[in-house]
Ligand binder design. Sequence first.
Ligand code: ADP
Ligand code: 5GP
Length: 210
Amino acid sequence: MTEIPRRGLLLVLSSPSGAGKTTLSRRLLAADPNVIMSVSVTTRAPRPGEVDGKDYHFIPQEEFARLRDRGELLEYAEVFGNFYGTPKRPVLEALQAGRDVLFDIDWQGTQQLAQAMEEDLVRIFILPPSAEELRERLIGRAQDSASTVAKRMARAADEISHWPEYDYVIVNDNLDVASAEIAAIVRAERLRRRRRTGLTQFVRRLTKSL
Ligand code: ADP
Ligand code: 5GP
């Protein structure tokens, strides 16, 4: 098969908390070995079942400030009173190697990423099918207290108001359908001319032998 070298892409999945971006991210990562997850640093405490270094790098506030001040974060934001940020180096290395990097970050982080590297960015916003379903998913996840669920519901409208800043919007009603839609976006975005760094050479060789 003819493999034309390409630059990787930065894939952002954003949604109000509980709409399903973690679930959809896991599915994409399991189905596509060329996609790797950007593991953020955060100052929040781990939830039950979360693994340090896999879900997040859980770090104290002072260390977060140090990374931010040294310019080692590609973007960062404060969400629900905690700080979150994306370490820069692993992302740049993956892009160069033609690997795609998946981000689970909010709209603030997405705006910063767009400023830093818009050409590489593909933004997908995930919507829940309804408010009732969003509440049920937040409760059903059983990871947060009732007051945290209420806080996240209260924040949902604000999060959702940012949907027009995204390239694609998906309604996560049926999980299989939403997963297939994300896979289709990834396939198409990989074929964009500007990402296919090997095209010039490929076409040159092709036309030479015509
Ligand atoms: P987020 O990462 O956006 O906060 P999660 O992926 O943790 O959301 O999903 C919240 C809850 O909803 C989880 O319990 C998950 O299993 C469930 N869920 C996600 N997508 C669907 C779906 N399409 N249908 C039913 N339940 C879903
Ligand atoms: P949670 O605490 O539920 O894991 O995440 C809370 C919010 O922080 C989510 O909206 C998530 O997308 C966002 N978030 C997680 N990591 C980062 C990050 O590195 N940068 C930014 N800007 N937001 C993040």
